[in-house]
Design a protein around this ligand. Structure first.
Ligand code: HEC
Length: 85
């Protein structure tokens, strides 16, 4: 029974660290799906793996200049998600 108390905190940690990330992914992909495939395919977005937050901030600002319609919140959220993939 001692084992249980060893694993419990580890279990909780895993749960806590998974929760917010899943939400971020869900919210970000919903925003990307509805805003980023008007002008090009989503391949263009998802092909850029490993880009940092600065690159995404610049790129998303450029997309806003082209006409992408994002609130500040939505922009921050997708930059966060895309730069962590
Ligand atoms: C109004 C049209 C439009 C919308 C909406 C749009 N884009 Fe783009 N996007 C473009 C054009 C035009 C290019 C090619 C020219 C360029 O890279 O600046 C492009 C290129 C890109 C590239 C490639 C950039 C590179 O340097 O390789 C990425 C990544 C990208 N878009 C991401 C997004 C994301 C994320 C969204 C949603 C927030 C989005 N785009 C919405 C027009 C748009």
């Amino acid at each position: 029974m001692k084992r249980f108390w060893v694993w419990l905190p580890i279990f909780l940690l895993i749960l806590i660290s998974c929760g917010p990330k899943d939400n971020l992914e869900k919210e970000a992909t919903a925003i990307i799906n509805s805003n980023c495939k008007k002008c090009h395919s989503l391949k263009r977005v998802y092909n850029n793996k490993g880009r940092d937050a600065n690159w995404w901030a610049e790129t998303v600002s450029r997309m806003q200049n082209y006409g992408a319609n994002l609130s500040e919140e939505e922009k921050d959220l997708i930059i966060k998600y895309l730069s962590r993939r």
